[in-house]
Ligand binder design. Sequence first.
Ligand code: ATP
Ligand code: MG
Length: 421
Amino acid sequence: MSNNIQSVRGMNDCLPEMTDTWQGFEAIIRDWLRRYGYREMRTPILEHTGLFKRAIGEVTDIVEKEMYTFVDELNGESMTLRPEGTASAVRAAIQHNMLYDGGKRLWYTGPMFRHERPQKGRYRQFHQVGVEALGFSGPDVDAELIVMCADLWRALGIAPTLQINTLGDVESRQRHRKKLITYFEANQDALDEDSKRRLHSNPLRILDSKNPAMQALNDAAPKLMDELDAAALAHFDALQALLDANGVTYEINPRLVRGLDYYNRTVFEWVTDQLGAQGTVCAGGRYDGLVEQLGGKPAPAAGFAMGIERLLSLMELGSVTLAPAVPDAYIVHAGDAAQAFAWKVASALRGEGLAAVLHCGGGSFKSQMKKADASLARFALIIGDDEAAVQQVTLKPLRGTSEQTRVDVAQAIEFLQKVST
Ligand code: ATP
Ligand code: MG
């Protein structure tokens, strides 16, 4: 073990090569959400612990064992690093009375924190893109959320599959809950520790168990689908009709319950079998009770969140690459007059929107050209005292076989702009 301080386990650095990929991804995301009329919002990474307890539910994996919670020593308050974004989005919507004039389509992105066992696709700091449609009650907006995902997967060159389910409304869930308790009580001996604990507090969550030993028991458990009332069934049917009409294929998975308490009616997950146990790349649904639960005027809501690390892994497996950001030109110069001119040239290029790396640290032309090559720039602009004297530059292609040419700065700019588009 070295004495050097390392990053916190399960929290990753994003080095420049990787940042190129992330920025390429984020650019696609921004453009995609803009086209659907969703607007970005940014909320603090730190919130009062009570927000997540109230929003996510006390008897959930996240609140029971995954939250980074600590006491702010300056005022004794309990604080939590956000484990997800929906609670904050809804808090902000209530706090700023954002729904006073109707529904809002919102999105956010950023780091989330969960104290889980780190492994591929599961980190303690990970990143989500979250999309929330607040104030809309119909199945049309549920369908929009799903259809827009399908659209994004095409843009990213990946093909996860869609599972949907309905959780019904409060009354049908209560009926189902009673039947579940009776069923699991009759099978007490087959329950694992977590499930025993949840039997009376949150039996629906037993169905969400990842323990293989629980699968058979869960498969034979009473189905919520059999308890649904007419309104929830109609909502689910309308959603399916819209998905069918828009060419989105799906599988109905009655076992899909989602890990958070706040969902009702529609729930969905986009899954892949290419990422092992970490196969869910995007998950969401409807959560009509949450706004009221957090103290707002009752308002329906639906949304989803996707895991950026998992999506990028999936793209990588499919050899989908996003173009790295490379400079348009690397400016090489030697001599005092050349240096002074090189600064002006760099400034002129940048002023026209080109990315220009100005060589720093001196050295021979040869060693500077090596740096130019390593920068991945497509062109070097070479400036010696000869060039400086006539205010010109030598434009040398670093890739391919074309010859170098001596040109005016304006010509160089025009040329670089043409080739960079
Ligand atoms: P899982 O069942 O994999 O633990 P979850 O149900 O806890 O997922 P959500 O809270 O629905 O996940 O979060 C939405 C998405 O965020 C997930 O589908 C996944 O892509 C991603 N995600 C969740 N937890 C992590 C994590 N610890 N590391 C990386 N990505 C994560
Ligand atoms: Mg989880």
